[in-house]
Design a protein around this ligand. Structure first.
Ligand code: ZN
Length: 190
């Protein structure tokens, strides 16, 4: 199914909405978030972008994708801080949503109920293939869910898992590019 952005733009003018962009690492989530936000900016809508401070990819308050696209964003300590910083905006973008606390779904609902278009991007599964943080709850309450896939480095099929190459139990690991590779279901379990 092709995501119809125009429908959601019109809808946001009426009542707000939640869009979720999810997938494994290297699936292009941040690029898709940036694409939608740039279109909103061209439409002269006022946007704010947030990321969790825990995100180790953070460089100088900018949202950075693997393709080195970047867009200014505000790092916040917790989800509820987004509410305080989102007055008088049309569109709120949230990246690396999996690292936020469990308040994030409620925060998204409050924003959308105020008429704001909320676009959330994040990892749907951790490296063990488990639903990641607040992501499942946001999937349940979103108007639209876009699941992106990377390319399996072993066989070339669409990849839905982020396979960790080094033995480390912590969910957050520095140097993600070197520490993970995208794999399909078969190659992940082999
Ligand atoms: Zn594979």
């Amino acid at each position: 199914m092709v995501f119809n952005e125009e429908i959601f733009k019109r809808k946001s003018e009426l009542g707000g909405s939640i869009e979720l962009i999810c997938g494994s690492m290297f699936s292009g989530k941040t690029e898709e978030l940036i694409r939608r936000l740039n279109r909103a900016r061209i439409a002269k809508l006022k946007i704010e972008i947030f990321s969790p401070k825990a995100d180790t990819r953070f460089v100088e308050d900018a949202l950075v994708s693997h393709n080195a696209n970047s867009i200014p964003s505000t790092p916040v300590d917790n989800a509820s801080a987004i509410l305080l910083l989102s007055s008088d905006v049309h569109v709120v973008g949230i990246d690396e949503a999996q690292f936020f606390d469990d308040e994030l779904p409620d925060v998204c609902n409050v924003l959308a109920n105020k008429g704001i278009r909320v676009i959330v991007a994040g990892l749907d599964m951790d490296f063990k293939g488990r639903p990641f943080g607040p992501m499942p709850a946001i999937m349940a309450i979103a108007e639209s869910v876009t699941k992106l896939h990377a390319v399996c480095v072993r066989c070339g099929n669409p990849a839905l898992y982020s396979y960790r190459l080094v033995p480390d139990e912590a969910k957050i690991l520095l140097g993600e590019q070197e520490s993970y590779e995208p794999r399909c279901r078969i190659c992940y379990h082999s």
